[in-house]
Design a protein around this ligand. Structure first.
Ligand code: ZN
Length: 140
């Protein structure tokens, strides 16, 4: 039998390696497949990342401008645009974000609320506080 690491003739009880040094070296080489797997997973992740990193546009600037033109002038124009994130927010989450921010008109949450008031039907807006202008607006 020879050492699997350095090839030196093994003696006595030794079956795979001649010394602790070679045992450790062998352990390292045998453990190699793992980092290789991680590497390929990393490559996969990098291939997926660019798609995820792209900012999701729910509504184009043009569509948003057209929609906002339909709101009464008395309504403070939102400075942000509704995002993919705000789409998933509940009525409570929207209103609490707006209520607790001094610059609420800059929040995408406020933009989201205006978007819903402009485009959602009465049924979808059940439970929402509706301003007078929305009560007179026919949607759908
Ligand atoms: Zn050895």
């Amino acid at each position: 039998m020879r050492c699997l690491n350095c090839g030196k003739e093994l003696t006595g009880k030794q079956t795979r390696h001649c010394s602790d040094k070679c045992r450790m070296a062998l352990k390292r080489t045998e453990a190699k497949p793992e980092p290789e797997q991680n590497e390929s997973e990393q490559v996969k992740a990098e291939q997926i990342m660019p798609e995820q990193a792209e900012p999701e546009q729910r509504i184009t600037d043009e569509q948003w401008a057209e929609l906002l033109a339909e709101k009464p002038d008395s309504v403070t124009p939102p400075r942000a645009k509704p995002t993919a994130d705000t789409a998933g927010l509940s009525k409570e989450e929207l209103t609490s974000a707006i209520n607790y921010d001094v610059a609420w008109w800059e929040l995408p949450e406020y933009a989201e609320l205006i978007l819903r008031l402009l485009t959602w039907t009465d049924e979808q807006l059940a439970g929402y506080w509706l301003p007078a202008w929305r009560q007179n607006r026919k949607v759908g």
